[in-house]
Design a protein around this ligand. Sequence first.
Ligand code: ADP
Ligand code: MG
Length: 481
Amino acid sequence: MSDTKDVTENISAISDRIASLLGKGSTDASKAAPAEAEKKPADGAAADDKAVELRKPTELRESSYDVTVTLADQQADPNSPLYSAKTFEQLGLHEDLLKGIYAMKYHKPSKIQERALPLLLQNPPRNMIGQSQSGTGKTAAFVLTMLSRIDYSIKAPQAIALAPSRELARQTMDVVHEMGKFTPVTTAYAIPDAVKRGDKVDAQLIVGTPGKLTELIKYKTLDTTHVKVFVLDEADNMLDQQGLGEQSIRVKNMLPKSCQLVLFSATFPDHVRDFAARIAPSANEIRLRQEELSVEGIKQFYMDCKNEEHKYDVLVELYNLLTIGQSIIFCGKRETADQIAKRMTQEGHKVDSLHGKLDPKDRDRTIDEFRDGKIKVLIATNVISRGIDIQQVTLVINYDMPLTQSAMPDAETYLHRIGRTGRFGRKGVSINFVHDKKSWEHMNQIETLLKCNITRVGTDDLESMEKTIKDALKSAASAPA
Ligand code: ADP
Ligand code: MG
């Protein structure tokens, strides 16, 4: 099934075409696509009928190559997860929060925000199990809930959100600060290296990771008496993963019985959902069907590689493509991420690696540099597979297919990994590297499970790849209007 020559030729052809699209020269006529083929809709465009209908009349007159669907278009389409019939004002939010929202340039709620917020804010408070695709604005739904429920005259912890990684906790805190900047909220981190031992935590809103929070509560540094809202972001992961699950439940058991439990994720595999329903009794539930999980804007490809070593060669050949926007390369092991980063760096490429074995300081520096665009290519493990929202990420590569602890294909992690691109209506590209029968089967099982389409990148698909990447570049370069 593997055809090395084909892949190598294909990559150089893709690189050439991208270079020419970017005006960086290299126009080998023999490699240029025939004019006839240019008129055919590329894969992505053909599948995107809705996008065609939504094009504005003025845009239709332009070359179809330059047409992008705006965010306003998507938010007006009832079938889009970004759609809402209501405005933020109609959701009953405090004026200070509306100011924060508008300062962030949110014009209209997304579907999950419109549906979840009224349920989350109702009194008496009800638990929530909320599901919505990656990049559709779940953070705002729970951050606005936390900020709405805090009694600002009480100087004690009242709202807690936990995330599976320090990177995600830090990002969520950034959202809290932006959204809450017109409120008097006080905040504190519960992540390693953020709180000095013995310092009392009396901030109203806490964002952290389960291990550190457990410690703070256990050593009575953080008083839970007034806690009203407890959020588990990436809830299926927080409840299912060994260690994380136990800690999250332990924290929950140390909180007041009346505390509102809010569980959010893009994925809720059945066994976790049952468990979630037990720990969050009589919860309001918002769920998605399996076929709704995939994000339309993320085009999925795979490449046949000859063997493990060849995956590295292919990655290096793709380097130019990786740096057009920004990209994340996901590996199964920390060692692999480090090795690839080291080799590529020695060969003169600018990349960095990120995984859980690094010091907190290094982790913070690396993700911050990536967020600021100082690093364009990040080679990582699953530690950043969930939640990380960096809009410039146009390309995600599964260098190794995601596997569960029992070495089964991990469809949830797959969805989260590719969901690092295609944020809030943007376009993105993901490429899976398969190099043997096993990895190919793993990918196939994921494709079947998610009812999604993963297209082989062959020479004949150059058009489609090129167009998708150009679209991805355009929408990443300028935030949708
Ligand atoms: P999720 O948690 O569902 O994966 P996020 O909460 O990280 O998604 O949101 C994805 C991106 O969309 C973020 O950059 C966020 O600022 C943006 N966003 C969220 N809600 C809105 C909105 N109503 N209007 C515009 N942008 C939004
Ligand atoms: Mg999220």
